[in-house]
Each structure stands twice: as structure tokens, then as C-alpha cells.
Design a protein around this ligand. Structure first.
Ligand code: FNR
Length: 392
């Protein structure tokens, strides 16, 4: 069957992968309300396209932290990609590089920073989980730096792992032929099988729950790399992130895998953008499956988006070629959305090109007058009628 959109890869991956692996990739936390909402919220944002704009030339290139990339669509960090495909993270890195965009490697990759770097040139970020043992963190960050990674995406929403019930039921554990490669030499590469999720237990024993804003400053003492704070959902935290020296913010709910009943990220994005006031770039991930989603995120003020599961599922279905195809399809759809909305460059995408459910009703000037008149009449009628009614 010919694949014509990103979401179609999920069914193929489901068929191909062992249940434990597919469930780990697909699931969200608890009731999975946020998981559905990450998608549903996009569908409630509508377009206000402009017509008769000369759209014979479209430019989707952009710049992220000073790095020129081919499109505002990047790859989010997802753990343990060799469970999806034997070439895992390396195939993903090659696909990103071929598409001219950025890949973020997870701390919990089944390939190391050095292995990913050895796939060839490419702009890459390294996602960091802060372990209790800060020597481990320092060594890892230095290795990422030496391997040519260009930024650290510091994940801040995971002091404990969210409760993913299928992982508990499946007694999820990293298959024995694989390791968390970045930690192999540090004796932290294995995951014990436990009576619930092996990953949840691993996080509980290794990840530093005391992590706080001071550590963002500490991180800047051990690395020159810019730090993106990944997992911010509020204006309050966005402001603190700037004070703490963040180079950017990723509005993320971890693909709905941490705290259930947080809003869809596309709904939280605008409050963060407004709080940040253009001081640093704001990115978003969660539920991006269409070029139209990318456009909506940019219209709400994002500099770019990251995608998680589409990469995992396409990798499982078709390796590097699958990931390349996902990036190409999203790019094509995004370009088409720009054409049909009358936008030629990313700068031309504005808040006026979309309509959200939290916007006040928008009235055309003449219609506005009519409505005002109508409202006035109704209001006066109400005022006029009431004394009469009272006298009856
Ligand atoms: C993730 N995510 C994630 N985030 C992170 O900071 N470090 C990690 O190791 C992982 N691992 C991971 C594994 C899997 C299977 C998924 C689905 C997600 C979260 C990820 O970076 C991103 O925030 C979401 O995946 C974005 O949502 P979508 O695109 O999957 O809907």
C-alpha cells in the first residue's frame, strides 16, 4: 500500500513490532487524555487563508540557534530506537541530515553520541536527563560536545517517569541484546526487569529528582553549548527559564507520557510565546502529524516544531527510508499549506492566518457596526421592557 501521510506508519509499526515495544512507543500516561488532546487541539484551530498572493516561490528554510536548516521541522529525542530498527538512532541521524534538518539524540539512545556523530555531517542536539551522579552528567555532556553536538535539550518534566499502564502490564524492559549505549561504560547501560515498568524503576533509581532551576545555571558552568529547556508549559516557567540563561524553550508535555490532563502543547504554546516576548526562540512538540499542524504552530509564534512518534513508527516500518519519507511528506504538506494560505516565507505566517477557540469573535468592520447596533437595540429593549413587565 502506498503511504500518503505520516499517521499511516503507525499501523504498520504496530503489526511489525513486538507488543511490548509498540506499546512503549505509542502510549501516554494514565487515562491518555492528553495523548488524544495533543491531536484534537490541532483540529480545533482553523485557517484564515489569504488569496491572490503570488505564491510561485516558497521558502521554508529557517535558522535555529544560528544554524540554517531546510525547514522548521526537527526530530525530537526518543529513547531506545534500536527496538524499532537495527540501525536505530544512526538511521534516524542519516535521514535528518539528508533532509537538512536537526536530530535530537536521547540520553537513552541505544546508540552512543560517538556512533551517531560517526554517521557523517549533520546538525545535532543532545537531550539530557540529569542523573544523581553528576560526574556521569559532566562526562556525558563533554562527550556530546566533543562529538560535535550543537545544543543540549535539558528535559525538565521527568523527575519520575509518568505512569504508563501498558508498560506496567508488559513489565517493559530493554531487550537484553541492547544497552543504553551512552551509559554502557558507566555501568548504567542495563535495565533490570522489575515487577512493573523496568524503565520507571531505572528512572526512580538514577534520575535526580532534586533537579531545579539552579541546576540550569550549573549546567552552564560545565558546557558552552546553548541549553534548550524542554518541557515548559506555563508563562511562569518560561520567564524563569530566560532568567536561568536558557537559549530556547521547547513547549512539550513529553508526548503526553508524563502528567496526564496537562493541556495539549499547541494550546499552551501561545502563553509561553507571549511571556517570552521574543527574547529567545520557542519551539513546540506533541501531536504534530500534518503540515497544517506545523503552520498552526508557527502562526502561534513557534520558531519550529519537533516530531517524536512519526519518526519512531516510520523507522520501524521502513528504516532510514521511512524517516526520510516522513520528513519529506511533512515538508511537502507544510509548503502546500503555505501556498494555499498565501504565505511565501515563514515570516509571512502570522497570527491572523489562524483562528483559535480562545480568540474573541472576529467581526468585519461593517458587520461589527451592525452587531453593535443589534446589541444596543436588544439591550435597550431589555431595559425598556423590564419596567413594563414589572408594572404588570
Ligand atoms: C519520548 N520523548 C522523550 N523525551 C525526552 O526528552 N527524552 C527521551 O528519551 C524521550 N523518549 C521518548 C520515547 C518515546 C517512545 C516517545 C513517544 C517520546 C518525548 C519526545 O521527545 C517528544 O516530546 C514527544 O514524542 C512529542 O510528541 P509526539 O510527536 O510523539 O506526539
Amino acid at each position: 500500500m502506498e503511504i500518503t501521510n505520516v499517521s499511516e506508519y503507525e499501523a504498520i509499526a504496530k503489526e511489525k513490532l513486538p507488543k511490548m515495544v509498540y506499546d512503549y512507543y505509542a502510549s501516554g500516561a494514565e487515562d491518555q487524555w492528553t495523548l488524544k488532546e495533543n491531536r484534537n487541539a490541532f483540529s480545533r484551530i482553523l485557517f484564515r487563508p489569504r488569496v491572490l498572493v503570488d505564491v510561485s516561490n516558497i521558502d521554508v528554510t529557517t535558522s535555529v540557534l544560528g544554524f540554517k536548516i531546510s525547514m522548521p521541522i526537527m526530530i525530537a529525542p526518543t529513547a531506545m530506537l534500536k527496538m524499532a530498527h537495527p540501525e536505530g538512532e544512526c538511521a534516524t541521524a542519516r535521514a535528518a541530515s539528508a533532509a537538512g534538518t536537526i536530530m535530537t539524540l536521547s540520553s537513552w539512545g541505544t546508540s552512543s553520541v560517538e556512533e551517531v556523530a560517526a554517521t557523517g555531517p549533520g546538525i545535532r542536539f543532545f537531550q539530557l536527563y540529569v542523573f544523581k551522579d553528576r560526574n556521569v552528567v559532566t562526562q556525558l555532556v563533554r562527550r556530546a560536545e566533543r562529538s560535535g553536538f550543537k545544543a543540549i535539550a535539558l528535559t525538565v518534566d521527568t523527575p519520575r517517569l509518568g505512569r504508563r499502564e501498558s508498560d506496567i502490564k508488559n513489565r517493559f524492559v530493554l531487550p537484553p541484546h541492547l544497552t543504553l549505549k551512552n551509559f554502557e561504560g558507566l555501568d548504567l547501560g542495563q535495565m533490570e526487569r522489575t515487577a512493573d515498568s523496568g524503565l520507571a524503576s531505572y528512572v526512580a533509581s538514577q534520575v535526580d529528582r532534586s533537579l531545579n532551576w539552579k541546576d540550569v545555571k550549573w549546567l552552564q558552568t560545565i558546557t558552552q553549548l546553548p541549553i534548550l529547556v524542554k518541557g515548559v508549559l506555563t508563562a511562569e516557567d518560561a520567564k524563569i527559564a530566560i532568567q536561568a540563561g536558557a537559549a530556547g524553550i521547547i513547549v512539550s508535555n513529553h508526548g503526553a507520557r508524563q502528567l496526564d490532563y496537562v493541556p495539549a502543547t499547541i494550546t499552551a504554546l501561545e502563553e509561553v510565546v507571549q511571556a517570552v516576548r521574543g527574547q529567545i526562540p520557542v519551539f513546540v512538540d506533541g501531536g504534530v502529524r500534518r503540515g497544517t499542524d506545523v503552520f498552526k504552530a508557527l502562526a502561534l509564534g513557534a520558531t519550529g516544531v519537533f516530531i517524536g512518534r512519526p519518526v519512531v513508527f516510520s523507522l520501524a516500518a521502513d528504516g532510514e527510508a521511512g524517516v526520510r519519507k516522513v520528513l519529506q511528506m511533512l515538508r511537502d504538506e507544510f509548503e502546500l499549506t503555505m501556498v494555499l494560505s498565501g504565505c511565501r516565507t515563514l515570516k509571512e505566517i502570522t497570527r491572523h492566518h489562524i483562528k483559535t477557540e480562545w480568540d474573541p469573535p472576529r467581526l468585519a468592520p461593517s458587520q461589527g457596526k451592525d452587531m453593535e447596533h443589534l446589541f444596543h437595540e436588544r439591550h435597550c429593549m431589555f431595559v425598556r421592557v423590564r419596567p413594563k413587565a414589572a408594572s404588570n
